[in-house]
Design a protein around this ligand. Sequence first.
Ligand code: HMG
Length: 454
Amino acid sequence: MSADKNKKSISGFSKLTKLGKMKWLVENFFIDPENVMRELKSYWLQDDQQKVLDGFSENTISNFLLPYGVAPNFVINGKTYVVPMVTEESSVVAAASAAAKFWMTRGGFNAKVIDTQKIGQVHFLWEGASSKLFNIFPELKDRLKKDTAHITANMDKRGGGILDIELLDKTEDLSNYYQLKASFETCDSMGANFINSVLEEFGLILCDFIQEQKDFDEVEQECEVIMAILSNYTPDCLVRTWVECPVEDLGDFPNEMDARTFADRFCQAVWIATIDPYRATTHNKGIFNGIDAVVLATGNDFRAIEACGHTYASSKGQYRSLSSCKIKDGRFHFSMDLPLAVGTVGGLTKLHPIAKRSLELMGNPNAEELMGIIAATGLAQNFAALRSLVTTGIQKGHMKMHLQNILNHLEATEEEATAAMKHFHDKVVSFNNVRNLLDQLREPKSRRNLTNSN
Ligand code: HMG
C-alpha cells in the first residue's frame, strides 16, 4: 500500500481488509476517528447477513440505511396489494397510499402488459460492399442461434430465448459501422447477464463466420467487434396502466373545487407536462418517486428503469409527460405507457433479504405482474402530486410530512415536537416557521410572557 503525502489518495486500497480500509479513512478524513469508526461499525449487521450485503458491491465499509415503507390498499386488476417502497423523501409513501385509497373505491388501477421483449446489440466495424454482408446474413443468423444453443437452452425451456436477430447498416452515421440487433424473451428475469453472455458469444461467432467466407478478400474477412452489450432502452417491454371513472365520482376537493373543475385542471396540468419539457421533467420525476421506490424495494435495477423511462419520454422528439389524461363521454381517464424491464428471479431479487420479503408481501408476483404493480404505483404517485398541485398546492401536504425531519434537524425535544405538530395542524410548514416557533418555545418563560404582553 502507498499513500501520498497529504494522505487523500492511496494505491492498493481495494486489497486492504475492511477494518484496514476504515482505519485509513477515519484517520485521514475525520477529526474524531474513534467516534466515526464506532458509528460506521454500529451499522454493521450480523456476520452472515453482512457477508451477503458486502457481496453486492466493493470497498464496503458499512451500510447506508434508507426507510422501508409500505403503501396499502392498492387495488390492481381487482387484486389488493400492499406495495413496499424504499425512499428517502417524505410524503412519497403517504401520497402513494392516499392515491391507492382514493382509487380503491373507484375501480382501482388497471394494468396490461403489452409486450416483454428485451434488446441487445453487437456493434462492429466491417469494410466492404454492404450487400455482401447482407447476402451472408441469413446463414450467419442460423449459425448465431445454433452456436449459442448451449447458453440459451435453459431459457428456451422456460419459454424464452432469442426472438430475432437483425443486421443493421449504420455506415451513414459512422464509417464501416454495422450492428447486430437482437431481441430476447427473458421470462421472469431481467435478463442482463443472459443477454450479455449471448451477445459476447455472438461477437466471436460473427468474426469467425466472416473470416470463413471464401469469396471475401483479405480486408473483407476482417471484422472488428467494438462492443457487445444489452440495451436498457426496451420500448417493447411495455406495460400500460390506467384509472378511470365518471367525472362526478371523483367527488369534491379542497378549496371547494367540484369534480368537473378538478378534472379539467388535472388534464390541463398533464397537457402542460406534455408540451413543456421543464414541467415534463418534474412531472416525470414525480412518477419515478413511486417507480424507483418499488424497484429498489424489490432489488431491481433503478438506473436501468430510469434511463429507459426518460428515453421513452423523449421518443417523439421532445421530452414529454409519461402519463396522459382525457375526459371523454363524461369519464375521467388517466393512463401511462411505460417500458419496464424488471425481474422477480435472478440479480438481487432473492439475494437481498428484504427484497425477497417485498416480493413475498405482494404474493410473489411474476415479472409481468410486477410490471403492473410498479407502473400503477408510478401513476398513483403522479395522481397524488397533481391532485395536490391543482388544488391546495404541493407544500401543504409535503411539508406536513416533512415537519418531523425539520424538527429532528432542529433537535426538538418530544415536548417541542408535540407542540409543533399541534401548532402546524392548520398552518403552513416551512423551515423558518418551524425555527421561529421553536425559538419562541425555547425563550425563557419570563421573556415569552413579556413578548406576548407587548
Ligand atoms: P391528506 O389529505 O392530508 O391526508 O394528504 P389524510 O391525513 O386525509 O389521509 C388520507 C390518506 O393519505 C391516508 O389514509 C393515507 O393513505 C395517506 P388512512 O391511512 O388515514 O386511511 N396518508 C399517510 N400515509 C402514511 N403516513 C402518513 C399519511 N398521511 C396521509 N403520515 C398527502 C396528505 C401527503 C397524502 C397529500 O397531501 C399528498 O398526496 N400530497 C402529494 C405529496 C407528493 O406528491 N409528494 C412527493 C414529493 S413532492 C415531489 O417530489 C414531486 C412533485 O414535484 C411532482 C410534480 O411536480 O408533479 C410534486
